[in-house]
Design a protein around this ligand. Structure first.
Ligand SMILES: Cc1ncc(C[n+]2csc(CCOP(=O)(O)OP(=O)(O)O)c2C)c(N)n1
Ligand SMILES: [Mg+2]
Length: 179
């Protein structure tokens, strides 16, 4: 994951990769720990900072790099780019650019798993910035009410992009305790 991100950063600097390119350097342990504690049939869904999640689910580095280059051989056929890595086959359910957009989708995937009678779990990653998205409250309530097989993981890196947690929330303690 680190090697991929370092290379992606270098290529982005050289303008070989177009559009956005959000790196995961420093956060790899979250995904590494999660993938070792879950099964291949469990699914991942996350925000736009998604390269490591796809790699961890087994999407090849070639398919990920091709996606950054916008090539047809990319994991989203070159149509998604950095923020939209998908591979249903590997249980990688995206790559989402709307902050918090993946939260109800993760619960929806979990609902489907329960409805279909599998014992698969959806792992729904989000940044600290997404915790202040309204969809989170509604989703948490439904997930608990229906006992959905979904695990929400908040990747609190202290910043919602460039804005510090201190400037965007009144309850810093609550951020880690409630998620
Ligand atoms: C609904 C919505 N509002 C605003 C934005 C603009 N935006 C892009 S990234 C970002 C901050 C997200 O921070 P966080 O979830 O902590 O993710 P991080 O970049 O720290 O991984 C914002 C507000 C967006 N993409 N979607
Ligand atoms: Mg953040």
């Amino acid at each position: 994951m680190r090697k991929f991100e370092e290379k992606a950063g270098q290529l982005y600097g050289q303008q070989k990769i177009r559009g956005f390119c959000h790196l995961y350097i420093g956060q790899e342990a979250v995904v590494a720990g999660t993938v070792s504690a879950t099964r291949p049939t469990d699914t991942f869904i996350t925000s736009y900072r998604d390269h490591a999640h796809a790699l961890a689910k087994g999407v090849s580095a070639n398919a990920c790099m091709a996606e950054l280059y916008g090539k047809i051989t990319g994991c989203s056929k070159g149509k998604g780019g950095s923020m939209h890595f998908f591979s249903k086959e590997h249980g990688m359910m995206g790559g989402h650019g709307i902050v918090g957009g993946q939260i109800p989708l993760g619960a929806g995937i979990a609902f489907a798993e329960k409805y279909l009678g599998t014992d698969n779990v959806n792992i729904c990653f989000m940044g600290d910035g997404a915790v202040r998205q309204g969809a989170l409250n509604e989703t948490f309530n439904m997930a608990m009410l229906w006992k959905l097989p979904v695990v929400f993981i908040c990747e609190n890196n202290g910043y919602a992009m460039g804005t510090s947690v201190q400037r965007t929330t009144n309850m810093i303690d609550n951020l880690s305790k409630s998620v």
